[in-house]
Design a protein around this ligand. Structure first.
Ligand SMILES: [Zn+2]
Ligand SMILES: [Zn+2]
Length: 435
């Protein structure tokens, strides 16, 4: 980024700043006691204050000490960077948190690229810092006046939102976090990277399969053209990312898309959400496996399906745990991990997904009405994780992989398929109220 990376360059008399840089609290306190004016000193070239130096080096105790004596947490250096931006850039979460607690302004823009602290966290892939800033954004007065959605989607000087930067730099956890907080999946940059690109174009250009997967599952459009008229598929091909190109090829099957927002579910607790997200990713990984089969690309993804990991460490001593789990009465394939409320009926996460999610072509149709419980037809107002779902889900899978041995016919080799379940619902119109 060509910006202040380390805040070095102290002139010889600046012992105080050097001590802060080195995390030498004793010397820093001594210099400060001798001459309180050293607090106003800055580094020679970048004009970084002691706050900047402590924040970018992750010295959170020194940072606290300096914050108490400073008039403002938002001092600016030569590039109009705040200490918060530098802490977010270097992934110093403790310092990010301390600065936020001290009321640091999250709506400052640097002079080099017109970026906020959220851009810095997204660009450098520090998901924990990103989350801390987003949490602060939900409560600060600044964002009350500005609006949370506007803050999440703020453009830098070249029209790039934090989501564009995370996708361009290949940081899937930041991409997921931003999308979950309302980042617009289809926004075009003004000039960043290639001319007028969507986050999907930038992930394709980077060749980040994990980012492409995240963006597709949040509804990114494979037919979206950049301002040069190119679809993401073409961008991936041109940059020789064959695996991304295979997934982005409009001729390949559509991914499952997470409903955004979950309008019809007033409360989705974090545990239920995590289960559904996991099922959605598994379904899309299964789809990818089919698409990438026969190409030269295997799935080099950290998110490998659970069933495969279990096969790797098969020690066969868990079978006693599985006697009492409830098998899903829709697919007869998975453990019941989700409970519909208020009726209390249970089904697996994959069948729940099939009720709530959709393949992209059905986007409009599927979002029209709330899904109903397939057992009693009452409207689903709330979904919770069924009791012991985590343990039972794993136990169920384990049993499957044990009993099926090396056989490959069932959905368990590739992960069980919400796509298959979706087809079941699609073929039975009274299961899912579509209009
Ligand atoms: Zn099921
Ligand atoms: Zn029911």
């Amino acid at each position: 980024m060509g910006q202040c990376q380390s805040c070095t360059g102290f002139s010889s008399e600046l012992n105080f700043l050097r001590a802060v840089h080195n995390g030498d609290r004793e010397t820093a306190e001594l210099s400060l006691a001798g001459d309180p004016a050293v607090l106003l000193r800055t580094t020679f070239y970048d004009r970084c204050s002691a706050l900047h130096v402590a924040a970018s080096n992750g010295h959170h105790e020194l940072l606290s000490m300096i914050l108490i004596r400073s008039a403002s947490p938002d001092l600016l250096n030569r590039h109009k960077q705040t200490p918060l931006m530098l802490a977010a850039m270097h992934g110093k979460i403790a310092c990010v948190q301390k600065l936020l607690d001290a009321g640091a302004n999250i709506l400052k823009f640097d002079s080099a690229n017109g970026r906020t602290c959220l851009h810095y966290a997204a660009y450098h892939g520090h998901s924990d810092c990103l989350q801390a800033i987003l949490s602060a954004a939900q409560s600060t007065i600044v964002v009350d006046s500005w609006g949370f959605a506007r803050f999440v989607n703020v453009s830098d000087g070249r029209g790039a939102t934090p989501l564009h930067l995370a996708a361009r730099q290949g940081h899937p956890s930041c991409v997921r976090n931003l999308l979950g907080n309302g980042a617009l999946v289809c926004a075009l940059t003004a000039r960043y990277g290639c001319s007028g690109s969507s986050p999907l174009h930038l992930a394709a250009r980077r060749g980040s399969l994990d980012c492409v997967r995240e963006l597709l599952s949040w509804g990114a459009d494979r037919l979206h053209r950049d301002t040069s008229g190119r679809i993401p598929y073409f961008v991936a091909l041109r940059n020789k990312h064959g695996d991304c190109a295979a997934l982005l090829n409009p001729a390949s099957s559509e991914p499952l898309v997470w409903p955004s927002p979950l309008k019809f579910i007033t409360e989705l607790n974090p545990e239920a959400k995590a289960l559904l997200e996991e099922a959605l990713m598994e379904a899309n990984l299964a789809r990818e496996k089919i698409i990438l089969k026969g190409t030269a690309h295997s799935l080099a993804s950290p998110v490998q399906p659970e069933a495969e990991r279990i096969d790797d460490c098969d020690d066969g001593d868990d079978a006693s745990q599985v006697d009492d789990y409830e098998l899903c009465c829709i697919c007869f394939d998975q453990a019941c991990s989700m409970e519909v409320q208020e009726c209390g009926h249970q089904m697996c996460a994959h069948c729940t997904l099939a009720l709530c999610c959709h393949n992209r072509p059905n986007f409009a149709a599927s979002c029209q009405s709330a899904p109903v419980c397939p057992f009693c037809r009452s409207a689903i107002t709330r979904l919770v994780a069924a009791k012991s779902a985590t343990r039972l889900g794993k136990a169920a899978r384990r049993t499957r992989s044990l009993t099926e041995g090396g056989g490959g016919s069932s959905s368990f080799r590739g992960p069980p398929s919400a796509v298959t379940a979706l087809e079941k619902f699609d073929n039975s119109s009274d299961m899912l109220d579509k209009t």
